[in-house]
Each structure stands twice: as structure tokens, then as C-alpha cells.
Design a binder for this molecule. Structure first.
Ligand SMILES: [Zn+2]
Ligand SMILES: [Zn+2]
Length: 276
């Protein structure tokens, strides 16, 4: 048949014989022209040249037929029900399947993970298992939840200083990555809290919560970091507020800072004694 002009009818007949699971959707014109086809096994439509089916070594069918993937649509694996194939592949060329989890989340994973039982949920199962094992009782977990809360919970009193100012939490720590719970991503990036005195400090105070902008720091170190952010001019010199307080030697840093935020001049803030 190759090389010979084919009629639409002849093409459809031939396709039915050689590829019964493939249907030609559009109007056949030329063997060499892209034409929409439908795979009844994988329930996907795609464009392909009719000649791909009629040549000496024809293709098997759609991309999933070609990668020897069984149709998983509608199958249930643990909490996941497969909805449809995705057209995205992982780095080793396996196609993802889009699944719906019992908890309502959508999750995508390759068929191998589903069939092996490696993936049984969107990740919610792991969270529950870990929570059962006491992970949620750890200090790091509490800190991680506090960060999310400050950035995304409008009802929190500190929200205006975080989420309200546009401070965000990186996706990895917010929704997790590679089927790993976001808290575990956070823990992997930050490591365990070095001591009870440590909390998460953002290196750039107006930057987001990301692995590169966060470190464990003691309150003292954090305070100093914050101080370095307030640049003032005192006695004709540019310096940080903490140094102006030190030079004046009259009031505490906290007192000067509070006054500074009230709009006092630097000189007045650091030189006016507090009255008892
Ligand atoms: Zn197929
Ligand atoms: Zn889930």
C-alpha cells in the first residue's frame, strides 16, 4: 500500500485490521498528513501521520501503547483512583497517571509505583502514619506549622508581619515534593533544631521562607540580625541603630527601637533617659 494513494475508506479498513484499538477521528486526506486518532485502550486522542500505521514496521498505537503501559484508568490503588493518563513523563520516560486521592487531593505518579504499591495515597497516608508515630509532637513540627500559620492564616495575630507583608513559604515546605510530606522536606533542609534556644531565622528579613534564606538561630543572633537592618544616621555618621544605642549609652536597645518605630528622631530615641 505504501506509496500508493489511499482512499479514506481503505485507510479505515486497514487500520481496523491492523490496529483494532485505534480509531481515526478526523478526515483522512493524505498518509503523510497529521491526523487525529483515538486509542480506545488508553482513551487518549493524539495527532499522528496515517503512514505511521501503514508502514512496514508500524507503531503500536498511542504513546502509552508504545511504552507498553496497561490502561490504569478507573483502577484503585490504596487510596488512589486513577483518573486518566497525563502527557508528562518522568526522567526515565515513564508516563504519569493522574489520580484522585480519597482525601480529595489530585496526585500524579507513574504506573510502576501504583502497581508496586509504592504509592498508595497523595501523601496523606504517610502523614497519618508519621503523625501516629509522634512526628507531630516534635518541636520542629510545631515550628514548621507556626511558619505556615504566620504566612497563610489571616486569623493569626502575627499574620500582618508575615503573610500580610507578602512573606511566603517555598512550595517544598508548603506542599512537599516527590511524594514527601512538606514537614519532612523542611526537616531535611533545615536539620534538627540545635537547641531549645534556636528558632528559624530568615537571613533576609523581607525574604521568603526558603532553604537558602533560613537558618536555625538563637534569639540573640536573630535580634542582632534584625538590628543590622535598621540603618540610621547618628552624630553625623551612618550606622545601625544598635550602635547608636551603644554610643549614647543611655537607654536599652528595645526602648530606643520602640521610640524609633513611633517616629522619634534617632538622637531623641537614644539620648532621652527613661523615667522611673
Ligand atoms: Zn494506547
Ligand atoms: Zn490523600
Amino acid at each position: 500500500m505504501q506509496g500508493v494513494a489511499m482512499t479514506p475508506k481503505a485507510y479505515n479498513k486497514r487500520l481496523k485490521e491492523t490496529h483494532p484499538h485505534i480509531k481515526c477521528v478526523g478526515e483522512f486526506t493524505k498518509s503523510s498528513e497529521l491526523l487525529e486518532h483515538y486509542c480506545t485502550v488508553h482513551k487518549i486522542k493524539w495527532k499522528v501521520r496515517p503512514s505511521s500505521f501503514t508502514r512496514k514496521i508500524p507503531i503500536k498505537g498511542c504513546r502509552l501503547c508504545r511504552s507498553n503501559t496497561d490502561d490504569l484508568t478507573g483502577k484503585v490503588f490504596g487510596r488512589l483512583t486513577v483518573v486518566k493518563p497525563s502527557n508528562k513523563k518522568n526522567t526515565t520516560g515513564e508516563y504519569y497517571w493522574i489520580c484522585k486521592c480519597e482525601c480529595g487531593n489530585t496526585h500524579k505518579t507513574v504506573g510502576r509505583n501504583l502497581k508496586d504499591g509504592a504509592t498508595k495515597s497523595c501523601g496523606c497516608l504517610n502523614v497519618e502514619t508519621r503523625e501516629k508515630h509522634g512526628m507531630h509532637k516534635s518541636e520542629e513540627y510545631r515550628i514548621w506549622q507556626g511558619i505556615l500559620d504566620r504566612c497563610y492564616n489571616k486569623n493569626r495575630s502575627e499574620y500582618y508581619r508575615y503573610g500580610g507583608r507578602g512573606i511566603k513559604v517555598c512550595r517544598r515546605w508548603r506542599t512537599g515534593e516527590n511524594n514527601e510530606h512538606p514537614f519532612l522536606c523542611f526537616l531535611a533542609d533545615m536539620g534538627e533544631r540545635p537547641s531549645k534556644e534556636h528558632s528559624v531565622d530568615r537571613i533576609n528579613n523581607s525574604g521568603n521562607y526558603t532553604p537558602s534564606n533560613c537558618k536555625w538561630a538563637t534569639k540573640f543572633a536573630q535580634e542582632r540580625n534584625k538590628r543590622t537592618n535598621i540603618k540610621v544616621v547618628y552624630k553625623g555618621k551612618q550606622m545601625i541603630l544598635a550602635d547608636a544605642v551603644f554610643l549614647a549609652g543611655i537607654v536599652s536597645y528595645d526602648c530606643a527601637l520602640a521610640r524609633y518605630h513611633k517616629g522619634w528622631s534617632v538622637k531623641r530615641a537614644v539620648e532621652t533617659p527613661t523615667f522611673k
